[in-house]
Design a protein around this ligand. Structure first.
Ligand SMILES: Cc1cc2nc3c(=O)[nH]c(=O)nc-3n(C[C@H](O)[C@H](O)[C@H](O)COP(=O)(O)OP(=O)(O)OC[C@H]3O[C@@H](n4cnc5c(N)ncnc54)[C@H](O)[C@@H]3O)c2cc1C
Length: 496
C-alpha cells in the first residue's frame, strides 16, 4: 500500500463497513475503519451463554458454556453474493444448510408447518394454504388465477406494499397467517408497510408475466439456487466478521474499535483530505473519501447536515429488537416438536398469551449447535419487539427472561419449568432493523444521488441496501468496486 495513497475512512465496522474495507485494502488502498463500539460486526457477533450458577449449585445442566450467534445466524442463498465472499475468505467448507425439518407458524387458532416453497411466506400451491389457513382461505386464494394481472400490482411508476399485493390477490387470511409472520420475522414490521419492490424484487413483474401471484412466487423461487433458502456457517455467522477483519488488517488496513464518529464535515481548500471527522473523544481525522456504513439512526445524524433537502428515512416508533437465548435441559425437545422454530402471526400474541414474535430452536436448526451441547440440552432463541411495540425492548433482562420461559412452552407446545432453564442471556439491538417502507426505492435513489453530488462521500449498510446479509454484502462490494475504480483511474476527486 502506498503511504501517499489518499486515505479512505469507513465509518462503522458492521458487515457492510468491513466488506468495503476488506475489498479496498486488498486493492492496495489506504483504508481505516472507525467502529463506535468495542466490538466489530454490528448485528453479527458471538454470544457465549454460561451455565446458570443456580443450576450449577443444584447440579442441573451438564455444560460450561456454549457460543452461538448473538444476532444474524444465517444468510439468504437466493443470490450468490454471500457464498462468493465466503469462498474468497476460504469459509466455503464451513457453510452448512439448516435442518430440513422446516419452521412453523403460530396464529390465534393454533400452529402449523410453514410452506417451504414460497417467497416471504407467499405460498405456491393451494394445499399449503389449506394446511395453515383453512378451506375458506383456499376458496379466496383460488381467485388469484382469474383476477386481471393488474389487480394488486399497481400502476407502473408507483410503489405498492407487499401486504397490499398479497391481500388483493390471495386474501386477508393468507396475508395474516402466512405472509405477515414471515415478513415480520425477517423485517420486523407489518407487510402493509413494506415496499414489495425492495423486499421481493421482480415479484410485481413476475405477476404480470405469469398471471398469478402464486405462479410468480414459484417462478422467483425456481430462479433461486437449488437447496435451502438460507445457509449458515458451522460455528456461527460471526466467523464471517473475524475473517473479514483479519483480511483488512492482513492487507495493511487499520481497524479502530471504540472510535465513534460524531460529525463529518467538508473542509474547504484542502485538496488531499477534504473530509474532517470528529470522534466522540474530540479527536479529528482527515480523509479523502468517507464511507458512511453505520446503522440507520447514526447514518441519519451524520448525513443530514451533509445532504440538505434529503430525508434519511427513520423508522417511526422504532423497532428495537431484544433476543433472549435460553439453554434448556429438556429431553422432550429432542424430537424438535416445532421443527426449526416458530414465527408468530402479528396479532396472535394476545390470543396465545405470549409476547415473543419468533422462536428459533437453534439446536434443532443447526447440527453444529446441537453437537456443542450434551444430550437433552437445547438452545432456543426468542425475539421480542415489533414496530409499534415499544415496551418489550425496554423491559428488564429478568422480566424478558421470565416472559421467554413462559412463551417457549406455549410456542413449542411442551411445558417448560423454570428449573429446566440452565442458562440464559439477553441481547438488545436498540437500532432494530431498518425496514424498506413503501417508496423506499425512491428515497434510496434520492440519498445515493445526493451523496454522489458530494465528491468523496459514499453510503452503505442495511439502511440503504436493504435488510439482510445478502443485500448488504452485494451492495457493499459494489460500493467498494466503484470507489477503487475511481481512485485507480484518478477520477477519485483527490487521487494523487
Ligand atoms: C437480531 C437480528 C437478527 C438478524 N438475523 C439475520 C439473519 O439471520 N440473516 C440475515 O441475512 N440478516 C439478518 N439480520 C440483518 C443483518 O444482520 C443486517 O442487515 C446486517 O448485518 C447489517 O449490517 P450493517 O453493516 O449494515 O449494519 P450494522 O450491523 O448495524 O453495523 C453498523 C456498525 O456501525 C457502528 N456505528 C454506528 N454508529 C457509529 C458511529 N457514529 N461511528 C462509528 N461506528 C458507528 C455500529 O456500532 C455497528 O457496528 C438480522 C438483524 C438483526 C438485528
Amino acid at each position: 500500500m502506498s503511504r501517499r495513497a489518499p486515505r479512505v475512512v469507513v465509518v462503522g465496522g458492521g458487515v457492510a463497513g468491513l466488506v468495503i474495507a476488506r475489498d479496498l485494502a486488498r486493492a492496495g488502498l489506504n483504508v481505516e475503519v472507525l467502529e463506535g463500539s468495542r466490538h466489530l460486526g454490528g448485528v453479527v457477533g458471538p454470544l457465549t451463554v454460561q451455565r446458570d450458577p443456580t443450576a450449577q449449585a443444584a447440579g442441573r445442566g451438564r455444560f460450561r458454556t456454549v457460543t452461538v450467534d448473538a444476532g444474524a445466524e444465517s444468510f439468504a442463498t437466493r443470490s450468490v453474493a454471500v457464498a462468493d465472499l465466503l469462498e474468497e475468505l476460504h469459509l466455503t467448507s464451513r457453510v452448512v444448510p439448516p435442518s430440513p425439518v422446516g419452521a412453523w407458524v403460530a396464529h390465534d387458532a393454533g400452529a402449523a408447518p410453514l410452506p417451504r416453497s414460497g417467497v416471504l411466506g407467499i405460498p405456491t400451491d393451494l394445499e399449503e394454504i389449506e394446511r395453515v389457513a383453512g378451506r375458506a382461505a383456499v376458496r379466496r386464494a383460488r381467485l388469484d388465477r382469474y383476477l386481471p394481472r393488474r389487480i394488486g400490482t399497481g400502476r407502473a411508476g408507483t410503489s405498492v406494499s407487499l401486504g397490499h399485493l398479497v391481500r388483493a390477490r390471495l386474501g386477508q387470511e393468507v396475508l395474516d397467517r402466512l405472509v405477515a409472520p414471515v415478513a415480520g420475522g425477517v423485517h420486523s414490521t407489518d407487510p402493509m408497510l413494506l415496499d414489495v419492490d425492495a423486499v421481493a424484487p421482480g415479484l410485481r413483474r413476475a405477476v404480470a408475466e405469469h398471471g398469478s401471484l402464486m405462479a410468480a412466487a414459484a417462478a422467483l423461487r425456481a430462479a433461486a439456487p437449488a437447496g435451502a433458502a438460507v445457509a449458515g456457517i458451522r460455528g456461527g455467522m460471526h466467523n464471517l466478521v473475524t475473517a473479514l477483519a483479519d483480511e483488512v488488517v492482513g492487507h495493511g488496513g487499520v481497524i479502530r474499535p471504540g472510535a465513534r464518529v460524531d460529525a463529518i464535515e467538508r473542509v474547504a481548500g484542502t485538496r488531499r483530505s477534504p473530509w474532517r471527522l470528529t470522534l466522540a473523544d474530540g479527536a479529528t481525522l482527515g480523509a479523502a473519501h468517507v464511507v458512511v456504513a453505520t446503522d440507520l439512526p447514526a447514518a441519519g445524524a451524520l448525513l443530514t447536515p451533509l445532504l440538505p433537502g434529503v430525508t434519511i428515512p427513520q423508522p417511526s416508533g422504532g423497532a428495537g429488537v431484544s433476543l433472549v437465548t435460553l439453554v434448556l435441559e429438556h429431553p422432550d425437545l429432542n424430537d424438535a416438536p416445532r421443527g426449526t422454530g416458530v414465527l408468530v402471526a402479528p396479532g396472535a400474541g394476545p390470543a396465545l398469551g405470549i409476547r415473543a414474535k419468533a422462536l428459533t430452536h437453534a439446536s434443532a436448526k443447526w447440527d453444529w449447535v446441537r453437537d456443542a451441547l450434551p444430550r437433552d440440552h437445547h438452545v432456543v432463541r426468542l425475539s421480542f419487539g415489533r414496530l409499534g411495540e415499544a415496551d418489550a425492548p425496554t423491559a428488564s433482562n429478568d422480566a424478558l427472561i421470565s416472559t421467554a420461559i413462559h412463551d417457549v412452552g406455549v410456542l413449542l407446545g411442551v411445558p417448560v419449568a423454570p428449573e429446566q432453564v440452565v442458562g440464559s442471556a439477553v441481547v438488545r439491538f436498540p437500532a432494530g432493523l431498518p425496514y424498506a417502507g413503501v417508496g423506499h426505492a425512491d428515497r434510496v435513489r434520492a440519498v445515493r444521488a445526493a451523496a454522489h453530488e458530494q465528491p468523496g462521500l459514499h453510503v452503505a449498510g442495511a439502511w440503504i441496501a436493504g435488510t439482510g446479509l445478502a443485500a448488504v454484502v452485494a451492495d457493499a462490494r459494489a460500493v467498494a468496486t466503484a470507489l477503487a475504480e475511481q481512485l485507480k483511474n484518478g477520477t477519485g476527486h483527490l487521487a494523487d
